[in-house]
Design a binder for this molecule. Structure first.
Ligand code: AMP
Length: 187
């Protein structure tokens, strides 16, 4: 029997983005709550991060935010949910990884990309088998998928890695795709 209990969401911290991205983050937060899946995220109250966490919390979902001390005021920690304050970025990323069974990547900037690629690279090294889905409605992540095809065509990454690259256009499809792939032993 497999079940996802926690999903880590990586996403942008900017508020200055198209409203559709904020809406998608809210939809994802609500869907996670509805399916009784805990949201693990970077702890901020800004951008897609804040939108997703507030929506999950308002829909009575479990949320865990993990924030490095130096970003507390910049990313305006969302204090209404369980949160942990850690010393640095590496601790934050490690804790987000350990607390989650799977990952969803919403539109975001360099921080989002860095977090997602690190998890993919750990999967490539065989360090874990936790699945990841990229979620957008407008093909935001398509250039990343094109880059991965380019890398696979150049034989820098094997064709088999394609199976790790999931691209979904609704929260439901993203969560369902992760459910199909995850291997978690029920406690
Ligand atoms: P961005 O996608 O650039 O808006 O960043 C999204 C989130 O990723 C923000 O909470 C950043 O603090 C976080 N972030 C950026 N770089 C890193 C990093 N190297 N390690 C962990 N989190 C990061």
């Amino acid at each position: 029997m497999t079940k996802i209990k926690s999903i880590c969401v990586y996403c942008g911290a900017s508020d200055d983005v198209l409203p559709g991205y904020i809406k998608l983050a809210e939809e994802l937060g609500r869907d996670l709550a509805k399916r009784d899946i805990r949201l693990v995220y970077g702890g901020g109250g800004v951008g897609l991060m804040g939108a997703c966490a507030r929506a999950a919390h308002e829909a009575a979902g479990d949320v865990l935010g993990i924030m490095p001390r130096f970003l507390l005021s910049k990313e305006r920690i969302y204090e209404d949910v369980e949160h942990r304050i850690v010393d640095d970025m590496h601790t934050r990323k490690q804790m987000m990884y350990e607390e989650s069974d799977a990952f969803i990547v919403l539109p975001g900037g360099i921080g989002t990309l860095e977090e997602a690629v690190e998890i993919l690279s750990w999967a490539r090294l065989g360090l874990h088998a936790k699945p990841m889905a990229f979620l957008d409605e407008d093909g935001f992540w398509s250039p990343f998928f094109e880059l991965m095809e380019h890398i696979i065509d150049g034989k820098f990454t094997p064709e088999s890695f394609r199976a790790s690259l999931v691209h979904s256009d609704t929260p439901k499809k993203a969560i369902d795709a992760l459910m199909d792939k995850v291997i978690v032993l029920d406690s």
